[in-house]
Write a protein that binds this ligand. Structure first.
Ligand code: NAP
Length: 268
């Protein structure tokens, strides 16, 4: 039996085990997916130990996505984004990838959103914001980043080939001409707050929320009321997991099965 897993802290409520195991089972792969909570100072030892024990691959979540960079060989994209969320332990040294980037882009593509030439607004410049902004730029969109701490937005924009950095107050003006809006902040997760003023939303927007608990955030409800197209946060979560599954197994992931398992776990 092959073993895959997730390292982070906390990982108790992770949706990855049911999603990944549904994929393994549907493909007839004899594998299990388990969660681990190493101490922050022991993340390098945890990766080395997992490799010695024959664990095939790991996902990485908060707070380790940046720290693991120095313990794996990151690919060019993970190195540029500055974070790793997937490790192939069958390689020596272990290889690190950032599947959040492609996860976000595949979520758009799954909804038939054409990205080249679009104007995108990403709200947030933390881990999710960085991955999404990089992905959108690589997919040919022009990206404006707005963040509570404006300096983080301008710093991220400076790294991107087609990015500009802004404060949250700029959102209404930015959204006037925008095709795509992504919330990559944690606003909407703890409470039913809105990060974007309702009257800045319009029917020509595709609105994606990275927040997946709850699925129907205030932003997505506002966007639906404005006749915008909406994409909930479970789609990015699904496709980052699908990218990891495909890297680990070399197989096409069973998208519908993994999506069903994920959405079932989200209800539980
Ligand atoms: P992070 O690195 O801690 O970044 C948090 C971001 O939220 C920063 O831009 C921060 O702004 C902003 N923020 C926090 N509280 C705010 C407030 N009250 N008002 C305005 N902005 C606020 O977190 P992360 O890893 O990027 O995660 C962000 C969200 O994305 C979380 O809900 C997470 O669950 C979700 N996520 C989803 C996926 C997925 O696959 N769907 C993947 C990764 C993350 P400052 O810079 O000013 O602090």
């Amino acid at each position: 039996m092959d073993v895959y897993g997730l390292i982070g802290n906390p990982v108790g409520h992770s949706l990855s085990p049911p999603m990944q195991e549904a994929g393994f089972d549907a493909c007839g792969i004899d594998a299990r997916y388990v969660t681990f909570e190493p101490a922050q100072s022991r993340v390098g030892a945890a990766i080395a130990g997992a490799q010695v024990l024959g664990i095939c691959g790991l996902n990485v979540t908060i707070p380790f996505k940046e720290a693991v960079l120095e313990h794996v060989e990151p690919d060019a994209l993970a190195r540029r984004v500055g974070a790793v969320n997937t490790i192939d332990l069958t390689a020596d040294p272990p290889q690190g990838f950032n599947t959040d980037v492609d996860g976000a882009i595949r979520a758009f593509r799954h909804h038939d959103v054409t990205l080249p030439g679009t104007q995108a607004v990403v709200v947030g410049a933390g881990g999710a914001g960085r991955a999404i902004a990089y992905g959108l730029c690589e997919a040919g969109a022009t990206v404006a980043i707005a963040n509570r701490t404006t300096e983080r937005a301008t710093d991220l924009a400076a790294e991107l080939s087609t990015g500009t950095g802004h404060s949250l107050a700029d959102l209404p003006a930015l959204l006037d001409d925008a095709d795509i809006l992504v919330n990559a902040t944690s606003v909407g997760m703890e409470s039913d707050e809105r990060i974007v003023p309702t009257d800045a939303l319009h029917g020509d927007l595709v609105v994606m929320d990275a927040v997946y608990r709850p699925l129907q955030t205030r932003l997505l409800r506002d966007a639906e009321a404005a006749n915008a197209t909406t994409i909930d946060g479970a789609w990015m979560l699904l496709f980052q997991g699908i990218e990891a599954f495909e890297r680990w197994t070399g197989r096409d992931a069973p998208v519908d099965t993994m999506n069903g398992a994920l959405r079932c776990a989200l209800k539980g």
